[in-house]
Write a protein that binds this ligand. Structure first.
Ligand code: UD1
Ligand code: CA
Length: 457
């Protein structure tokens, strides 16, 4: 194949999104739309990708980084004008794949087929088209009696007869670069929208004697996202694709319709995902886990054989055979090692919980380091905040913390120590000691009867 370069048009604001942000940075399954398109172009064999940016260019550039080149379109005068802005970055000859940043569902398979068809037919322009039951809003592919593509007409410029055509322009093309350069010189803005239409290049190249073709692709891949409703449609299609990929890799998903997995999430074999589970960002889940129901895991690593139910895990790392939940909240920068149990109504924040430790119920652990085989009794908490600053709690191995204990940080509990239930610990506890920090119980015998006699009860 000839050397392939791609141009992706992404300068528009996307008015119909009603957004402060440029349309193409809106995410589909956690990945900005334009990034999906760039990756599809790269996977289809395009070493060089040029992105035409304009509205919110800083945001688009931040999302794509320096993997691509940028052309700048200061004012958005139309798709033809956008390609003109990229012209000086194009090689003198060869072919260019032209795509739009708002079609995140396009696959590299389809782009590869388009390129192969372009080459085998010896075309100068090959349009990726599709047959839509409702073609409203799209440019129409106009063919002559013999079926040859003559031109593309935009909806706003189309006659009644042309509007009835169901073959639409996806806005994706392969074009011979030399022919494109010649055509760009001739495009005008003499049309209903006063824009320089890239679509006019088709008729211009045909009139120069060029060969035009169109290949019909799956309508699902071609959906352009112009509104939030269309964004949700794209999200749904992408979600189905992602879920199917995991199922093909050996993951059980009980109800794909209620399972939301971002593009970059990895899941090991024989893990079962229960309904209502949301896995986001760079989350990685091991083998033989049971995740859900109703759990959200973001940017976290979960080892093998874990169970996370009705819980939230954020930016943390979890070892093997860990049980979390129901109703636990693991906040960022926590490290939970192997064989730990985090039970119901427990919050862990920026803490290390070493192997075999148990935090089974109603506990807050913040800015703490728990050693191995620690048991945190029900209702025990680290008092990590003095109103101004956060302080650390360090708990050694095999420590038993009784129920309803306050560990007022900064504080250290030595290995093998016991803390009596109900204690408020403000000083370090030595290794192997029992710490009791509560007033001794006194029972006043006959107190109730006396009170009644005095008429006070
Ligand atoms: C375009 C096509 C239409 C096709 C449809 C497919 C033209 C004239 N029309 O229409 O035939 O059916 O896509 O979705 O090409 N852009 C720029 N600079 C501009 C204008 C647009 O970068 O000056 C970018 C936009 O950011 C967007 C893409 O080009 O990513 C398409 O622009 P849009 O305005 O959505 O074109 P459509 O009206 O959908
Ligand atoms: Ca569009």
């Amino acid at each position: 194949m000839e050397e392939l370069v791609s141009v992706i048009l992404a300068a528009g604001l996307g008015k119909r999104m009603k957004s402060k942000y440029p349309k193409v940075v809106h995410k589909v399954c956690g990945k900005p739309m334009v990034k999906w398109v760039v990756e599809a172009a790269q996977e289809a064999g395009s070493k060089e990708v040029i992105v035409v940016v304009g509205h919110g260019r800083e945001m688009v550039e931040e999302v794509l980084g320096d993997e691509v080149k940028y052309a700048y379109q200061e004012v958005q005068l139309g798709t033809g004008h956008a390609v003109m802005m990229a012209e000086e970055l194009l090689p003198l000859e060869g072919m260019v794949l032209i795509l739009t940043g708002d079609t995140p569902l396009i696959t590299s398979d389809t782009l590869r087929k388009l390129l192969e068809y372009h080459i085998s037919e010896g075309n100068d322009v090959t349009i990726l088209s599709s047959i839509f039951d409702d073609p409203t809003g799209y440019g129409r592919i106009i063919r002559d009696e013999s079926g040859n593509v003559v031109k593309i007409v935009e909806e706003k410029d189309a006659s009644e007869e042309e509007k009835r055509v169901k073959e639409i322009n996806s806005g994706m093309y392969v074009v011979d670069i030399a022919k494109l350069r010649a055509a760009l010189k001739e495009i005008t803005n003499d049309n209903a929208q006063g824009e320089y239409y890239l679509t006019d290049a088709v008729e211009i190249i045909r009139n120069m004697g060029g060969k035009i073709g169109a290949l019909a692709g799956e309508s699902e891949e071609i959906i352009g996202v112009n509104s939030r409703v269309q964004l949700s449609v794209a999200e749904k299609v992408m979600r189905r694709r992602i879920n199917e990929k995991h199922m093909e890799n050996g993951v059980t998903i009980i109800d794909p319709d209620s399972t939301y997995i971002d593009a970059e999430v990895e899941i090991g074999r024989d893990t079962v995902i229960l309904p209502g589970t949301i896995l986001q960002g760079k989350t990685k889940i091991g083998e033989d886990c049971e995740i859900g129901p109703n759990s959200r895991i973001v940017d976290s690593t979960i080892g093998n054989g874990c169970n996370v139910m009705y819980s939230v895990v954020l930016s943390s790392s979890v070892g093997n055979n860990v049980k979390i939940g129901p109703f636990a909240h693991i906040r960022p920068e926590s490290v939970i090692k192997n064989n730990v149990k985090i039970g119901d109504f427990v919050e862990i924040k920026k803490s290390v919980i070493d192997e075999g430790s148990k935090v089974p119920h109603l506990t807050y652990v913040g800015d703490a380091e728990l050693g191995k085989n620690v048991n945190m009794g029900c209702g025990s908490i680290t008092v990590n905040y003095d109103g101004k600053q956060k302080h650390k709690t360090i708990i050694g191995d095999n420590v038993f913390v009784g129920c309803n204990v306050n560990l007022v940080a900064p504080v250290k509990i030595g290995n093998n120590a016991y803390i009596a239930a109900g204690s408020t610990i403000t000083e370090d506890v030595p290794e192997g000691a029992l710490a009791i920090a509560r007033s001794r119980q006194t029972n006043k015998e006959g107190w109730v009867e006396e009170r009644i006699k005095k008429g006070r009860l």
